[in-house]
Design a protein around this ligand. Structure first.
Ligand code: PA5
Length: 428
């Protein structure tokens, strides 16, 4: 379970009486699915309803992919890839002890990145998990077409049948139609779960399983989250208390920015996932906090000055794991030319913890108050629990703000402009 604490004098003057009045009603809106966008609340109990056969099918498919291919190319963007990547990188790190590679494509229109990935894949036997709820997203559709062209050139069209796994809508969209026609294996993104909440569905589960991460443990964590963060009394529900607090920091204290912080470089993608979750859910009608992110101590050497003494715009939300996945000890050096022997024999994680304590004190005594969300470890179980914590916090915070958490009308505007410029048939 996530342990939530608040640090900084600003919290003493936060007035929670508005939440005392509205909190129960907002919690009811979520639980009874009566708020705006309520047809996108399928994530509430998706994990506990997920049949064992579907989990087994994903596990078996991942096993087949790992045994028959050298790499999985995950093609998707936004909610259709961020969650999976966040889990995979947080657990396996940047240099996994695994010959099987997971590579991401279709998350950009960068020609250089796309060219380099395709070059890297040139001589590999790859499988592809193409993920798109709409089935029409330009970035992923273009990348998918390029990968297919390469595979057909090298192995012939027959190869695609076993190598392509499509995760998409059950009945609609171009990807669904193509998968059906070509006979690709498919997985379903439920109608009532939007992209940014879909990491707990096959969208996240298949790539995570292909990275040799235990998805049963991940789902067990999500199910634990379903129990832990459903209480309607926000005093007793840390997800709602955190959601209420970030809303009050925005509405009463006029903070404009929430900065997500981790002390582990490999957790950076969790922050990217969080930026999408909150910014896309709340940033509408001219309202909401802007979510930013940083990894400490790395970014203390770039943004630390601003956070300590710059304009009073941000508060921090720190995700802190009690026990790191791996550790290392600072060696003793006879000559001690670097004067570091005072640290000899100390664990790097101990030094990182002291940096965390020191920074928390400095920033909270300076301009930036902090929420601390502590979890035991970045393992599949705790990550499942953490993600569900954030789902609940987002819904609670967005309804307090008075916006529909589950739509993203603004995202369509750039697409319309782009389609017009590109001459897409039917674009106005
Ligand atoms: O959360 C969202 O709705 C978006 O980030 C989408 O997931 C993203 O745009 C990709 O859409 P699709 O899955 O339809 O390709």
């Amino acid at each position: 379970m996530v342990h939530y604490s608040r640090h900084g004098s600003v919290f003493e003057s936060l007035d929670y009486s508005e939440i005392d009045k509205r909190g129960e009603e907002v919690a009811r809106k979520i639980q009874q699915k009566t708020g705006e966008g309520n047809d996108f609340l399928g994530w509430l109990d998706y994990a506990s309803k997920l049949p064992e056969e579907e989990i087994e099918r994903i596990v078996e498919t991942a096993k087949h992919i790992r045994e028959n291919y050298e790499a999985l190319v995950v093609i998707g963007i936004g909610g259709s890839y961020l969650g999976a990547r966040a889990v995979i990188e947080a657990i396996n790190g940047f240099f996994p002890d695994d010959k099987f590679e997971i590579i991401y494509l279709g998350n950009t229109l960068s020609s250089t990145y796309t060219y380099q990935v395709l070059r890297h894949l040139k001589d590999k036997r790859i499988a592809v998990n193409v993920i798109s709820k709409s089935g029409t997203t330009t970035e992923s559709a273009v990348a998918f077409r390029m990968v297919k062209e390469r595979l057909i050139e090298r192995f012939g069209k027959e190869y695609l049948k076993d190598a392509i796994y499509a995760t998409t809508d059950d009945t609609h969209g171009a990807l669904h139609a193509e998968a059906k026609k070509e006979g690709y294996t498919t997985f379903v993104i439920p109608d009532d779960i939007g992209g940014r909440f879909s990491v707990i569905t096959p969208v996240g589960l298949l790539p995570i399983a292909c990275a040799n991460i235990d998805i049963r443990e991940f789902i067990r964590g999500v199910r634990a989250g379903e129990k832990a963060y459903s209480l309607s009394d926000y005093h007793k529900n840390p997800a709602y208390l955190y959601g209420a607090t970030r809303y009050l920091l925005y509405s009463q204290k006029k903070f404009s920015t929430e900065m997500f912080i981790s002390y582990e470089l490999q957790d950076k993608m969790i922050e990217e996932w969080l930026k999408q979750l909150f910014d896309e859910s709340e940033g509408k009608d001219g309202k909401a906090l802007l979510c930013a992110s940083g990894v400490f101590t790395t970014d203390l050497h770039s943004m630390g000055q601003f956070i300590q003494q710059g304009s009073h715009v941000l508060f921090e939300t720190i995700i802190k794991e009690k026990h790191p996945i791996a550790d290392h000890i600072v060696p003793y050096d006879e000559e001690n030319l670097d004067n570091l022997n005072y640290l000899a024999g100390k664990r790097l994680s101990y030094i990182n913890d002291q940096a965390f304590q020191a920074t928390l004190k400095a920033h909270t005594e300076g301009h930036s108050p902090a929420n601390v969300l502590e979890i035991e470890k970045m393992d599949p179980y705790n990550l499942g629990d953490l993600f569900y914590f954030f789902f609940r916090a987002t819904a609670f915070s967005a309804y307090l703000l008075g916006v529909n958490p589950f739509n993203q009308p603004g995202v369509e505007i750039y697409k319309k402009n782009m389609f017009k410029l590109l001459g897409k048939p039917g674009a106005e």
